[in-house]
Design a binder for this molecule. Structure first.
Ligand code: GDP
Ligand code: IMO
Ligand code: MG
Length: 424
C-alpha cells in the first residue's frame, strides 16, 4: 500500500504543483498520469521558480524517479524544451523517464486544435496544445506511441499510413498538408535523443512497488474538467480523477493508500463552461491580481486571465465523492488575509429547489448558488507554521470544508513557496 495520488478538486490550477513538490520529498518515484503540456504546475523551491508542463513535479529530488506515464499525450519538442530549461537551472534530469505506452503528440494535433478553436465552432477555449486531437487519435487507434520510436522503420511505416487521413482533416479545416519528410526527420531526431529515457512502464512501476518504494501519482487539471465526470463538453480529453492513476500506472488499485485532493480558497477556471460562483468586475480583478506575481490568477500555461469564483462546496463535495479523498490540501489561505468577509456557496438551487447532486452541464449553467457569508481574519498568515497559530476565523473556514466533505485537511498553503506550508 504505497501509492499516494494527488489530484485537483476543482476546475484546475488548485496548487497541485506546490503540494506534489513538497510531498515528493518523501517519495521514490513521481508519475504524471494523464494530460499533456496543457498543464501548468507552479513550483517554487530552493532551486528557483518553475512552471512545469510535462515533467512531474518530483523532478527536484535527485534520487526520485520522475515518469511521464502511460495516460499522457506528450509533445516531444515541448518535453525536450522543458528538460533543457530544467538542466539550465541546475536541476538534474538524469532520473526522468517516459512510458513506452504514452502517446506522441504530433505537430498536426496542435494544428488541428488551433484550427478548431479559430473556427469558433467548438467554443471550449482549449489551451491549443493539441490535447483533444492526440487523445482522439489514441481512441481511434491512429496514434504513435513512444515505443514506436524504438523501431524507426516501423515508426515510418505507421506515419505514412496515418498521414493521408490527417492531411485530409487538416485541409478540410482550412489548414495545410503536413510534410511527410519533415515529420520523418522529427521522428528520427526524437528517437535519437529520447530512446534512453523510454521505459516499459508496467514493470517499471510494479517492480518499484515490489521493492517497497513509495510512489506518488500526480494528476493534471481537476475533477470538474474530467472527460466523463466533468462539465462535458467544456472539459479536457482525459480523466483527472484519482482512479485513472491506476489505469495509467498499470498497478492494482489495492496499492493505493492515500488520495489527496488539492483545492484553493477561491475557485478559478480557464476557458468556457459553467462556473456557478463566478465573481465579476472590480472585485474579481482585485482577487485575480495583475499577473505580476507568481501567485496571481493567470494561466501558468497560456497566460490567460483566469475566471475567479467563491469557494464552491457542492463542487468540492462532488470531487470528494468521485475521487474518495483521504485528505485535503488547501492552498492560498494567505490570499484571503485582507478580506473582511467571504462568501461560501453551500448548495445549489435549480428551478427554485435545493438539489443534493451535481447536475448535468446545461442545468449547472442555470443553478443559483446558495451563499453564506463568513467573517475574514484580516491578519497576515504568511509566517504561520502551525494550525493552532492560525487566526480563529481561518480555522473556522478550514473546518467548514472539513465538515462539508468529512475529510481532514492535512496541508494548508500560506504562500507559493515549498516552505510556506502548514502540515497538520
Ligand atoms: P496547479 O496547476 O494545480 O499546479 O496550480 P498552478 O500552479 O497552475 O496555480 C496555482 C497558483 O497558486 C500558482 O501561482 C502557485 O504559485 C500559487 N500557490 C499555490 N499554493 C499557494 C499558497 O498557498 N499561497 C499562495 N499565495 N499561492 C499559492
Ligand atoms: P493544470 O494541470 C486550467 C482547460 C482549458 C479548456 C479545457 C480543455 O495546470 O490545472 P485542453 O487544452 O485540455 O483541450 O483544454 O481545459 N485546461 C486547463 N485549465 N489548468 C489546466 O491545467 C488546464 N488544462 C486544460 O482552458 O477549458
Ligand atoms: Mg495549472
Amino acid at each position: 500500500m504505497s501509492v499516494t495520488i494527488i489530484v485537483g478538486a476543482q476546475f484546475g490550477d488548485e496548487g497541485k504543483g506546490k503540494i506534489v513538490d513538497y510531498i515528493s520529498t518523501q517519495m521514490d518515484m513521481v508519475v504524471r498520469f494523464q494530460g499533456g503540456d496543457n498543464a501548468g504546475h507552479t513550483v517554487s523551491n530552493e532551486k528557483g521558480s518553475f512552471k512545469l508542463h510535462i515533467v512531474p513535479c518530483g523532478i527536484f529530488k535527485s534520487d526520485c524517479k520522475a515518469l511521464a506515464g502511460t495516460g499522457m499525450v506528450v509533445n516531444p519538442d515541448e518535453l525536450l524544451k522543458e528538460l533543457n530549461e530544467l538542466k539550465d537551472k541546475g536541476v538534474s534530469i538524469d532520473n526522468f523517464f517516459i512510458s513506452s505506452r504514452a502517446v506522441i503528440l504530433m505537430p498536426y494535433h496542435i494544428e488541428l486544435d488551433t484550427l478548431s478553436e479559430a473556427s469558433g465552432r467548438t467554443g471550449i477555449g482549449t489551451t491549443k496544445r493539441g490535447i483533444g486531437y492526440a487523445y482522439a487519435d489514441k481512441a481511434r487507434r491512429n496514434a504513435l506511441r513512444f515505443e514506436d520510436l524504438l523501431d524507426i522503420d516501423y515508426c515510418i511505416k505507421r506515419i505514412t499510413t496515418i498521414l493521408p487521413t490527417i492531411n485530409a482533416e487538416l485541409v478540410a479545416k482550412g489548414g495545410k498538408n503536413t510534410s511527410e519528410n519533415e515529420l520523418i526527420s522529427k521522428l528520427r531526431y526524437w528517437a535519437k535523443v529520447l530512446k534512453n529515457r523510454i521505459v516499459e512502464p508496467v514493470s517499471f512501476v510494479n517492480n518499484a512497488l515490489a521493492r517497497g518504494e513509495r510512489l506518488l501519482f500526480e494528476g493534471q487539471l481537476g475533477a470538474m474538467k474530467d472527460i466523463d465526470l466533468g462539465i462535458y463538453p467544456y472539459v479536457t480529453s482525459s480523466n483527472p480523477v484519482a482512479a485513472y492513476a491506476a489505469v495509467s500506472g498499470g498497478f492494482p488499485i489495492s496499492n493505493i493508500s492515500e488520495i489527496i485532493g488539492v483545492l484553493k480558497v477561491l475557485s478559478s477556471t480557464v476557458g468556457t463552461g459553467p462556473f456557478p460562483t463566478e465573481i465579476h468586475g472590480s472585485e474579481a480583478e482585485l482577487l485575480r491580481g495583475t499577473g505580476e506575481n507568481i501567485d496571481d490568477e493567470f494561466g501558468a500555461r497560456t497566460g490567460r486571465a483566469r475566471r475567479v469564483g467563491w469557494l464552491d462546496l457542492p463542487v468540492i463535495k462532488y470531487a470528494t465523492t468521485i475521487n474518495g479523498f483521504t485528505s485535503l490540501a488547501i492552498c492560498k489561505i494567505d490570499k484571503l488575509d485582507d478580506c473582511p468577509e467571504l462568501k461560501v456557496c453551500v448548495a445549489y438551487k435549480l428551478n427554485g429547489k435545493t438539489i443534493d447532486y451535481m447536475p448535468i452541464t446545461r442545468e449547472l449553467e442555470k443553478v443559483e448558488p446558495v451563499y453564506i457569508t463568513v467573517p475574514g481574519w484580516m491578519t497576515s498568515t504568511r509566517s504561520i507554521r502551525s494550525f493552532d497559530e492560525l487566526p480563529e476565523n481561518a480555522k473556522k473556514y478550514i473546518e467548514l470544508i472539513e465538515t462539508a466533505t468529512k475529510v481532514p485537511v492535512k496541508y494548508i498553503g500560506i504562500g507559493p513557496a515549498r516552505s510556506e506550508l502548514i502540515i497538520r
